[in-house]
Design a protein around this ligand. Structure first.
Ligand code: DAT
Ligand code: MG
Length: 149
C-alpha cells in the first residue's frame, strides 16, 4: 500500500468542494488515514513548495495557500500517488481532462483546487511536513475485499 499527501486548497474550501473531493476519494476506494482543516503557516508553505522557490509565481503561490483554510489529508491505497494525480488532472485546469477534479471545477492555474504529491518520495517528504506519525491512523475499510482482487 502506498501513501500520498493530498490538500484541498483555499479555493476548494471556499467554493464548497470539500465534500465533492472527499467523496471522489472515497468512491475510488482509497482510504483516508489522516484529515484535518488547517491554516497553513508561512514557513510550512515555503517548506511544502520549496522546489518552486525560484519561480516567478512563488510569492503568489505562498500568499494563496496561506490565505484561507485548507484540508490536509493522507490517502492510502495501491498506487495511491498515481491514482490521486490522475484524479486531480493536469496542473493547469485549462489542460485538465473532464472527469478530473481540476478539469471539472477549475479554470485558472493559480486556482487549481487540489494539491497531490507527484511521487512516492515527494509524498514521504510532504507527509512529514504536515503530519506526525501518530496522526496516521491504521485501519481497513470493510469494502476493501471488493476494491482489490
Ligand atoms: P502540481 O500542483 O500539479 O504538482 P506544480 O508542482 O508544478 O504543479 O506547481 C505547484 C503549484 O504552483 C500549482 O498547483 C499551481 C502553481 N503554478 C504552477 N505553475 C504555475 C504557473 N505557470 N503560474 C502560476 N502558478 C503556477
Ligand atoms: Mg507539484
Amino acid at each position: 500500500m502506498e501513501q500520498t499527501y493530498v490538500m484541498i486548497k483555499p479555493d476548494g474550501v471556499q467554493r464548497g468542494l470539500i465534500g465533492e473531493i472527499v467523496s471522489r476519494i472515497e468512491q475510488k476506494g482509497l482510504r483516508i488515514i489522516a484529515m484535518q482543516m488547517r491554516m497553513i503557516a508561512n514557513d510550512v508553505a515555503r517548506k511544502h513548495y520549496a522546489e518552486h522557490v525560484e519561480k516567478g509565481f512563488f510569492k503568489l503561490l505562498i500568499d494563496f495557500i496561506t490565505s484561507s483554510p485548507v484540508v490536509c489529508m493522507v490517502v492510502e491505497g495501491e498506487n495511491a500517488v498515481t491514482a490521486m494525480r490522475t484524479m486531480s488532472g493536469a496542473t493547469n485546469p485549462a489542460d485538465a481532462s473532464v472527469g478530473t477534479i481540476r478539469g471539472d471545477f477549475g479554470l485558472d492555474v493559480g486556482r487549481n483546487i487540489i494539491h497531490t504529491a507527484d511521487s512516492p518520495e515527494s509524498s514521504e517528504r510532504e507527509i512529514a511536513i504536515h503530519f506526525t506519525g501518530e496522526e496516521l491512523i491504521k485501519y481497513t475499510r470493510a469494502e476493501e475485499t471488493w476494491v482489490y482482487e
